[in-house]
Ligand binder design. Structure first.
Ligand code: GAL
Length: 416
């Protein structure tokens, strides 16, 4: 008779062998989720996949909005070794699809009924030539203002609803001796603030005309002049160290009460939550003053590169895991975003999340769910970067408002 010890050893060997077989199935994931809240959210996905026997090879490339990650991706594809899955936004997805290097996700999309539950605004980018080529993880939006609650209370407690009230609040923060407006001076962060100001000054129709249609008159007219003037005004509330600062370090200033507010997409909420801060108690989330009812969206999506048959099963498992409704809740409540599926209940989301879900639904219904320029959903990269150049140079005082108004349509035309 075999001893219990031998049986146990045998079982251990079988378990090991099973583990080894499972470990063969893996995904290498290129992403830029390296800040605290982002990494915590990504962990949910890693763990879910590991439970399914898919191991995770991490390829993080730090840099908000993925600028550096996209450079790393180009290098990998050029050397003939693309990662299996890549975090990507809007027009970049389309660019890679056009090159014919991405995999087809139709099977899993059909099985899970993506056509019925993923909003049209996202399908527009997740599908190419009628085929699903990306799995949308979430819907973020950029026109938010994150306010330190204690500072707001000292300023009278009423959140601003328009630009004048915003300025009054920032003046009060100044008198409290804190940084009134925390900003990180990197082109994509300048662009994120600028697009909120464009929407605030001109409303949804103007955003569509200037940013989505690239109308020359809108890019150089009086409304755009007010946008640049407002940017100059907002800059007077930055601290002297804003230049080059990462967005999450900028959020930390608000979290710690060193600054009063930050304009940033709702991934900032992930940082507040990581620091154990509660919405409504420690911080307040509002739409950037003047943009209520309108949403500038961006959505993180995973694109699966065509890397050969043996990796395909793991890729499909990852795509299916991403669209699983309970994953959508577990991930997005940590990340600060709202679900990419319209059928996911919002009751487990905090007040900012609930507001986000409602805002997206309302904006979609009235036609004001519009792509964020700064995060790749309004224009291809070349145009986005041409606009960033003008916005950043103006914000840094290198060009005047007159010069910016002249340069903006020229830069866009040259990049087309
Ligand atoms: C956005 C992305 C978010 C967040 C942010 C900062 O472009 O959609 O998920 O990561 O960049 O890195």
């Amino acid at each position: 008779m075999r001893s219990i010890k031998t049986l146990a050893a045998g079982a251990a060997i079988i378990a090991l062998a099973a583990g080894a077989a499972k470990a063969e199935e893996s995904v290498e994931v290129l992403h830029w989720w390296t800040a605290g809240g982002e990494a915590a959210a990504l962990n949910v996905l890693k763990q879910n996949l590991q439970k399914e026997g898919v191991s995770w090879k991490d390829m993080p490339v730090a840099g908000g909005s993925g600028v550096q990650a996209m450079t790393a991706l180009r290098a990998r594809v050029t050397s003939g070794d693309p990662p299996t899955a890549v975090q990507m936004l809007g027009f970049d997805i389309r660019d890679w699809a056009e090159m014919g290097v991405v995999g087809n996700l139709n099977d899993v999309a059909q099985k899970q009924g993506w056509d019925k539950v993923i909003p049209a605004a996202l399908q527009n980018f997740a599908k190419y030539d009628g085929n699903w080529i990306a799995a949308p993880v979430n819907i973020h939006s950029t026109n938010w203002l994150w306010i330190n609650k204690a500072a707001l209370d000292k300023a009278g407690g009423k959140a601003p609803t328009n630009f004048d009230e915003l300025v009054a609040m920032l003046d009060n923060f100044k008198s409290q001796g804190i940084i009134p407006l925390a900003h990180g001076g990197q082109p994509w962060q300048d662009g994120t603030l600028w697009e909120a100001v464009v929407l605030s000054v001109g409303g949804a129709d103007f955003y569509k005309k200037a940013i989505l249609d690239l109308d020359t008159a809108a890019l150089s007219g009086d409304t755009m002049r007010k946008v640049f003037d407002d940017m100059s005004k907002l800059k007077t509330y930055f601290d002297p160290n804003f230049s080059g600062r990462d967005w999450n370090l900028t959020s930390a200033l608000v979290i710690e009460g060193k600054a009063g507010a930050q304009e940033m997409g709702d991934w900032a909420k992930g940082e507040f939550l990581r620091a154990n801060k509660k919405p409504g108690t420690d911080f307040v989330c509002i739409r950037f003053p003047g943009t209520q009812g309108n949403v500038l969206f961006n959505a993180d999506q995973f694109v699966m590169f065509d890397v050969g048959g043996d990796k395909r099963d793991a890729q499909l498992k990852m795509a299916a895991a991403v669209e699983d409704p309970s994953f959508q809740i577990a991930f997005n409540t940590v990340k600060g975003s709202v679900p990419a599926r319209t059928d996911v209940p919002g009751d487990q989301f905090d007040d900012c999340g609930k507001k986000g879900i409602q805002d997206v639904a309302e904006a979609a219904a009235k036609g004001t769910l519009m792509g964020s320029l700064a995060h790749g959903y309004a224009q291809p990269s070349a145009i986005k970067e041409a606009i960033f150049d003008v916005v950043t140079q103006h914000l840094n005082g290198q060009i005047s408002t007159d010069e910016a108004l002249k340069r903006l349509p020229e830069a866009v035309a040259a990049a087309k």
